[in-house]
Write a protein that binds this ligand. Structure first.
Ligand code: ADP
Ligand code: MG
Length: 295
C-alpha cells in the first residue's frame, strides 16, 4: 500500500472502520451522551471537539468498553462491539490514551511499551515456565516491535529511563507508543496535545500524521484548534451530549451553531477567536465574490 497520499485514500476506500450508531448514556439525571452517531472512516484522522463537559470523553469511554451505552450500538471493523470489556476492545484492534496520563511510573519506558502488547502474546503459563523456543521468539518479536513504536514516537533514547523521569511532553509520546504496541487498527487519543507547548504540539501533529500514513486510523479529542484544524480530515462537534456539526475543518469553522456553542465558555477564548476568524474569512470571500460579480 502506498500511503503517500493517505489523505485521499480514506475517501477512496469509503469504508467506515468505526460506526457509532445512535448511542446514549445517562449519569443519574444527566444525559452525558444523547443519540450520538458518527462514522470514523478508515485511514482518516477524525476529531471530536466541543466545550468542556460536552460528552466527548464519555463517547470514547462508550467505544472502549469503560461504559456500556444505554441505547445504540458500536460496530468496529464489521463486528458489533457494544458493551464488550476494555481488554476485548484492545484485542479487537482499538487502542487509546487517556486525558490524564496513565503510565507505570516506576517501570522503564521500554517496559511500559512492552506492556502495551500484552494482548498480542499467545504463549501460555506452561510455555513461560519452561521458557520454550516459541516463547523466546515471541519475546524477541515483542521487543522489536516495542522498539519500532518508540522510534516512531521519537523516544527510543529514553528506553532505560523510568517513566516518571521524563518531561511531560515525552510522557505523552510514551503513552502513544504504548498504545501503538498493541497493533491497533484504530488509535483513540483523548487530548494528546493537552499541556504541550507550541513546538511540542507541532511535533505531535507530525507524529499523528505519520501514524495515520502507516495505515492506522486516528480518532482524537483535542482542544488545541491549531492541531485540530491542521490535521483532521473530518471534525465532529458536540454540545450537551449531542452532535451539532460534522464536516471538514473549514466547514466546521464557518458553522454558526459551532461558534454559538463556544460563546461564553471562557477557557475556549482562543478557540472562539479561531472560529470567528474562519467565519470572517468566509464573509470576506463572499463579499469579494459578490463585488467581483457586480463589476
Ligand atoms: N462517571 C460519571 N459519573 C457522573 N457524571 C459523569 C461521569 N462521567 C462524565 N460525567 C459527566 O458527563 C458530562 C460529560 O463529561 P465528559 O464526557 O467528560 O465531557 P468532555 O470530555 O466533553 O469534557 C459532564 O457533565 C460530566 O460531569
Ligand atoms: Mg474530556
Amino acid at each position: 500500500m502506498d500511503y503517500e497520499d493517505a489523505g485521499e485514500w480514506w475517501q477512496v476506500t469509503g469504508k467506515a472502520l468505526l460506526r457509532i450508531d445512535n448511542i446514549s448514556k445517562n449519569f443519574g439525571g444527566l444525559k452525558a451522551v444523547a443519540d450520538f452517531t458518527l462514522d470514523v472512516m478508515e485511514g482518516s484522522i477524525t476529531s471530536l471537539i466541543g466545550p468542556n463537559g460536552a460528552g466527548k470523553t464519555t463517547v470514547f469511554n462508550l467505544v472502549t468498553g469503560i461504559y456500556s451505552p444505554d441505547t445504540g450500538q458500536v460496530v468496529f471493523d464489521g463486528k458489533n462491539i457494544t458493551g464488550i470489556q476494555p481488554h476485548a476492545v484492545v484485542e479487537a484492534g482499538i487502542a487509546r490514551t487517556f486525558q490524564t496520563l496513565r503510565l507505570f511510573e516506576n517501570l522503564t519506558c521500554f517496559e511500559n511499551v512492552v506492556s502495551g502488547q500484552h494482548c498480542r502474546c499467545r504463549s501460555g503459563v506452561i510455555a513461560c515456565l519452561l521458557n520454550t523456543k516459541s516463547r523466546r521468539e515471541e519475546d524477541a518479536r515483542a521487543f522489536n516491535f516495542a522498539e519500532e513504536c518508540m522510534r516512531l514516537m521519537g523516544i527510543w533514547e529514553f528506553r532505560d529511563e523510568l517513566a516518571k523521569n521524563l518531561s511531560y511532553g515525552d510522557r505523552r509520546r510514551l503513552e502513544i507508543a504504548r498504545a501503538l504496541a498493541s497493533r491497533p487498527k484504530l488509535l483513540i487519543l483523548d487530548e494528546p496535545a493537552g499541556g504541550l507547548n507550541e513546538n511540542e504540539s507541532d511535533e505531535l501533529m507530525d507524529k499523528i500524521r505519520q501514524i495515520r500514513d502507516s495505515g492506522i486510523t486516528v480518532f482524537l479529542i483535542e482542544h488545541d484548534m491549531h492541531v485540530v484544524m491542521g490535521i483532521s480530515d473530518v471534525v465532529a462537534v458536540m454540545e450537551y451530549g449531542r452532535k451539532i456539526a460534522e464536516g471538514t475543518p473549514e466547514e466546521v469553522q464557518r458553522n454558526p451553531d459551532v461558534i454559538e456553542a463556544y460563546l461564553g465558555s471562557e477557557e475556549d477564548e482562543e478557540l472562539l477567536a479561531t472560529l470567528k476568524k474562519g467565519a470572517m474569512e468566509e464573509v470576506t470571500q463572499e463579499a469579494a465574490q459578490e463585488a467581483g460579480e457586480a463589476v
